[in-house]
Design a protein around this ligand. Structure first.
Ligand SMILES: [Zn+2]
Length: 462
């Protein structure tokens, strides 16, 4: 099929038959939605690449964050406003993995990390073969490298730019590879894996554990690792001052990395947008998405003052497809209620479950009232608790969970409903600006972005 040509109905049917006949999804690789590598990218035009990921961002998540930002500032989100720049390019990106039409973050991140389509759960590794991740290529080419995330730094998306492991859960090994492979700035959560013992093996690394330590770390020249929580960092709505804001981590890292004369390559991940989706917790995703957008604004403003930095902004997959889905006054009131939530549903339910089990219904009612500003009826509380008693609440098996039941009753008040607690197969937005962006086609497979980066940087093709 010629590049850029729309697939015919016959191609689509043939691909479907191929899936079944081959007994797997590998065959799907033969029908990409667009070109698989850039065809005419100028080599070596970009000195730096900043790759930004709002993990697990369904379009409804983007839409409601954009709406909230517009109401707050009178202007759209920084990501959407970037599309007004004639130099920015947009693409619709397909996200499937080798063994699944619904990808996970390991396989999706690896398509950017090494340009290969692999199975869910694998990181730059398939069938015993390892593929060089982009931060290794960049380091070997004399560039500084960085990883900034709100998840554990050993989580799948940051790992996909630096590690080779057959299983994303091998986070001890991923931590070791991040340090051994000499990433210059690493900021996020995950002290559980980036242990003091491991850090002690690398005496040249400056390690910090709080926002204050980070921002007073001065002009130290060597590598810097900041892990601000044992596991993932807090959701933005629940964050306390000891943990830095994602925008501040990102700009701190850029400030350091941009001192390097050879340029730099980094990934910035708003990683917990995804976790809000898994928890059917829209206050969580909304505020993490808004924090990510503040970061987009700061990063693109920094990059716009120079002509040597390619910025790519995207997501790895959707999650739960949440959206506002009530009409009229209810939509307006629901959105206002949503914006008024003082804590995430996850924060609230963790505390509900710390008490006696018999008291959970009352505690749930009271804590939702206090921290989310919603008065649940007795029937709604009962409905939310049903999955905990083993009762069904939905014809769809995947939605018979406490988080989904609570998410569903909260939809009566927020107006925002989910289809499941899983990732989704939806095509997603990819935006690029800076040198190399001009080669981004209007629709791509996720594997394309690896070649876009390596060609813009003039890195050897792996
Ligand atoms: Zn996820």
């Amino acid at each position: 099929m010629p590049e850029h040509a729309m697939p015919s109905r016959r191609d689509v049917l043939a691909a479907g038959v191929g899936l079944l006949a081959a007994g797997g999804l590998a065959r799907a690789q033969s029908t990409p939605t667009g070109p698989s590598t850039p065809t005419a990218a100028p080599k070596g035009k970009a000195k730096n690449v900043i790759f930004m990921v709002a993990d697990g961002m369904s379009m409804g998540t983007f839409t409601l964050a954009d709406t909230a930002i517009t109401r707050r500032t009178g202007r759209g989100s920084a990501w959407a406003r970037l599309w007004d720049d004639p130099r920015a390019r947009r693409s619709m990106m397909a996200t499937r993995s080798l063994d699944s039409l619904v990808t996970d973050s390991a396989a999706a991140g690896s398509t950017w990390g090494c340009g290969r389509r692999i199975n869910n759960g694998e990181i730059n590794w398939h069938d015993g073969e390892e593929f060089e991740p982009i931060l290794v290529s960049a380091h070997n080419a004399g560039k500084a490298t960085g990883l900034v995330t709100t998840t554990r730094v050993t989580h799948a998306t940051p790992a996909s730019f630096i590690a080779n492991v057959p299983d994303r859960n091998m986070e001890d090994e991923i931590a070791r590879q991040i340090l051994d492979r000499r990433v210059d700035v690493v900021l996020g959560g995950g002290a559980k894996y980036v242990t003091p013992e491991l850090l002690a093996e690398h005496p040249d690394i400056r390690a910090v554990r709080t926002a204050e330590e980070l921002f007073t770390s001065g002009k130290h020249e060597g590598r810097l690792v900041g892990v601000f929580s044992k596991g993932h960092m807090s959701y933005e709505l629940d964050r306390e001052a000891i943990e830095p804001h994602i925008k501040d981590m990102a700009m701190f890292a850029i400030d350091r990395l941009s001192q390097h004369p050879g340029g730099f390559v980094m990934q910035i991940e708003g990683g917990r947008v995804d976790h809000g989706g898994h928890a059917n917790d829209f206050p969580a995703s909304l505020h993490d998405m808004m924090a990510f957008d503040l970061t987009v604004g700061a990063v693109t403003q920094w990059a716009s003052r120079r002509d040597d930095t390619l910025v790519i902004i995207t997501t790895d997959h959707g999650n739960g497809n949440p959206d506002l889905t009530v009409y009229g006054e209810r939509s307006l009131k629901g959105f206002e209620t949503l914006l008024g939530a003082g804590h995430t549903l996850t924060w609230i339910t963790e505390r509900v479950q710390q008490g006696e089990r018999d008291a959970w219904p009352t505690r749930l009612h009271d804590m939702i009232a206090e921290h989310a500003g919603v008065e649940l009826s007795e029937d709604e509380v009962d409905w939310a608790m049903r999955p905990l008693r083993g009762d069904r609440v939905n014809g769809f098996d995947e939605a018979n969970l406490f988080v989904c039941a609570l998410g569903a009753v909260m939809a009566n008040h927020f107006g925002v409903a989910y289809i499941s607690h899983n990732h989704t197969s939806e095509h997603v937005e990819a935006t690029a600006c800076g040198p190399g962006a001009e080669t981004l086609p209007t629709r791509i497979d996720n594997t394309f972005l690896h070649g876009l980066m390596t060609q813009a940087l003039g890195l050897p093709v792996g």
